[in-house]
Design a protein around this ligand. Structure first.
Ligand code: SF4
Ligand code: FES
Length: 229
């Protein structure tokens, strides 16, 4: 077992737990954006940063969703440097996802008064990678990926041509937290609006009877298990 201290509470967790998992198991709130329990952690949004102190190293910020619990570690989830880092992450995420209610509530809680950056389009992609990981890890087809680098980085199918592996299931749309991916259902066809492109797919043969609603996100694992069965 690993023994560590989180917010001055002694905590014991089995080896291999991340700091975020330990926090959640013990009712300690750490905000996340690019994390989904059904997917491998990715560490893209930096919203879950916590302050880690170890006997041999000066304190530093680490992403709770990817960092493993270590013997004797002392973690603070709400120090001033955590709050400063979180304010910056929220501000950057709000630059694209400026209608996201959870981000707006967090911004208020952190005392963020002004968002200095703004992407041109509403409900923009903030490159959290959830859609790409869901397509790969849950649906198992890897029809989309994060392509290009720097400011050209985007979610797209290979060479911006709809991938023959895409089954039109809409999982990417369901999991996207900003609404950057949109699904248009027209009888017999389903088109996914991905960033600034439109891709037509036939209905998914497994779940075309499902009425796709945002609430289905909670059933993502159920939905995905149908595809992988
Ligand atoms: S399209 Fe949505 S889910 Fe995919 S990376 Fe962008 S914000 Fe995240
Ligand atoms: S939730 Fe940890 S980096 Fe996004």
């Amino acid at each position: 077992m690993i023994r560590l201290t989180i917010d001055e509470r002694p905590i014991e967790v089995p080896e291999g737990r991340t700091i975020l998992e330990a926090c959640r198991e013990h009712g300690i709130h750490v905000p996340t954006f690019c994390y989904h329990p059904a997917l491998e952690p990715y560490g893209a949004c930096r919203l879950c940063m916590v302050e880690l102190s170890q006997p041999t190293r000066p304190p530093r910020l680490v992403a709770a969703c990817t960092y493993p619990c270590e013997q004797g570690a002392i973690v603070s989830t709400d120090s001033e440097s955590v709050r400063r880092s979180r304010r910056m992450s929220v501000e950057l995420l709000l630059a694209g996802a400026f209608n996201d209610p959870e981000l707006l509530a967090l911004a208020e809680e952190l005392g963020l008064e002004e968002v200095r950056f703004r992407l041109p389009e509403e409900d923009a992609c903030v490159l959290c990678g959830l859609c790409v990981r869901a397509c790969d890890e849950i649906v198992g087809v890897s029809a989309i990926s994060l392509t290009n680098r720097g400011i050209s980085k985007e979610v797209s199918p290979p060479f911006r041509i709809v991938s023959p592996t895409c089954i039109g299931c809409g999982t990417c749309v369901l999991i996207c937290p900003t609404g950057a991916l949109k699904l248009n259902d027209v009888t017999g066809f389903r088109s996914v609006h991905l960033v600034d492109s439109e891709y037509d797919r036939v209905y998914c043969q497994v779940c075309d009877d499902l009425d796709l609603k945002p609430s289905l996100i909670q059933d993502l694992e159920v939905l995905s298990s149908k595809h992988t069965a």
